[in-house]
Design a protein around this ligand. Structure first.
Ligand code: PLP
Length: 414
């Protein structure tokens, strides 16, 4: 291992804790004293199945996932779930309401990823009787320039919910745009779960919300408000908990529809490997799961448990993002930086800002590289700077970034 590791602020795949990488090195040669490396061992061996069961327990305990919800592991990433949630939830809706003329998919669009998810839903809905996408709210009209994703619309009247949707979709943290729902359930920029529950109760509808959330870039970084009221929460592992290739699902058990029974009633057939019931019935080993990413995620979450779980990371990540936003604020006063996201909607994971002045952004990035900091370039679709502060990014590394930002402000305002 090189003596000096780079501070990696990449948006994903992203940094992993050094202690975990060292442990994983050993597991590559000899997994849990089996004499076989983790990338070589059968996924049906008792040692691997025990490891997988323990990974489930680590997630269940740290996020307080109730028994009403199954935890499933699969492949295919966020994009795979953009499709799978639509197909499974339309199948569920068909079983619940076989005669329904309309099957609406409600999408809350607060950034590039929820926009892409809504586009995929529109593609899939086009092939299904009565299915259509309803964009409940789009953040762009509420932005400073009326065209960017820079906010969580906090005015409840701006959300146009439909009456009995097959799913209600949102993305907790928009990785590209640096916009995040608040983790404080009482905040005006929290996802309005209470409002949805109250509306359902007022209609006399069943209390089980078809609420689907993409937590790809915030999973395990803080507690999930109203977790038990969600139908599906999903996340790719490659931001906070492991290498790319593993997708984690938390699914309420009424959302494991028998997709063949639904198809017999007219729903679109669902590929067997995308059906949540297949995964649940097989305890996530219907086919070969991503063994190595599962192993590393297990090591990461074992470490997280000893540190204090999501409560620990909420505090630590809060300090990290506050330090970077503080430096952006100082730079803004001196005309060197400009914040992109409106107050109250800033992501705690992906902090985005602009460097003002011709050629200054390139200078900032070059200086960061020279000082051993990488991955700070903003997403190609929006530009600017993006510092991703996932769980494995240390407070020392963040301090190094903040010191550099202050040095850069000093140069810029001389
Ligand atoms: N959703 C969010 C919030 C993401 O950040 C990403 C990728 O960065 C995706 C979905 C797409 O995930 P994947 O690349 O695993 O398909």
């Amino acid at each position: 291992m090189p003596e000096e590791r780079v501070a990696n602020f990449s948006a994903g795949p992203s940094a992993l804790p050094i202690s975990v990488l060292e442990e994983a090195n050993k597991g590559l040669l000899n997994f849990n004293n089996t004499g076989i490396g983790i990338a070589e061992i059968s996924h049906r061996s008792k040692e691997f199945l025990a490891f997988l069961a323990n990974l489930e327990t680590l997630i269940r305990d740290q996020l307080h996932v109730p028994d009403t919800h199954s935890i499933l592991f699969t492949q295919g990433g966020g994009y795979g779930q953009f499709s799978a949630v639509v197909l499974n939830m339309l199948a569920r809706h068909t079983l619940l309401h076989p005669e329904a003329e309309e099957r609406t998919l409600d999408y809350v669009v607060t950034g590039s990823w929820s926009k892409k998810a809504a586009e995929e839903a529109r593609r899939l809905a086009a092939g299904q009787r009565g299915a259509k996408v309803n964009v409940v709210v789009d953040g762009r009209p509420y932005s400073k320039d009326a065209k960017s994703f820079d906010n969580i619309p906090a005015d409840p009247t701006s959300y146009a919910w439909s009456t009995d949707p097959a799913l209600i979709y949102y993305c907790d943290n928009e990785t590209v745009d640096g916009v995040q729902f608040s983790g404080d359930a009482q905040s005006p920029t929290a996802f309005p779960v209470q409002q949805l529950i109250a509306a359902a109760q007022a209609r006399g509808a069943p209390p089980l919300l078809p609420l689907v959330a993409d937590h790809s870039s915030s999973f395990m970084s803080r507690p999930i408000p109203h977790l038990a009221d969600h139908a599906i929460i999903y996340a790719g592992a490659q931001k906070n908990i492991g290498p790319a290739g593993l997708t984690i699902l938390i699914v309420r058990q009424d959302c494991l529809p028998d997709v063949d029974a639904a198809a017999a009633l007219g729903a679109q057939p669902v590929p067997f490997s995308l059906a949540y019931k297949t995964l649940a019935d097989s305890k996530s080993v219907f086919n070969t799961p991503p063994v190595l990413p599962i192993y590393i995620a297990g090591l990461v979450l074992e470490r997280a448990k000893t540190l204090g779980g999501v409560e620990y990371f909420k505090e630590m990540n809060g300090r990290k993002s506050a330090a970077v936003y503080g430096a952006i604020g100082e730079g803004e006063e001196k005309g060197v930086f400009r914040r992109k996201v409106q107050q109250g909607s800033e992501s705690g994971m992906n902090v985005v800002f602009e460097v003002l002045g011709e050629g200054r952004e390139a200078e900032f990035l070059k200086g960061a590289e020279e000082r051993g900091m990488k991955g700070l370039k903003g997403h190609r679709s929006v530009g600017g700077i993006r510092a991703s502060l996932y769980n494995a990014v240390t407070e020392e590394e963040v301090q190094k970034l903040v010191d550099y930002m202050k040095e850069f402000i000093g140069q810029g305002s001389e």
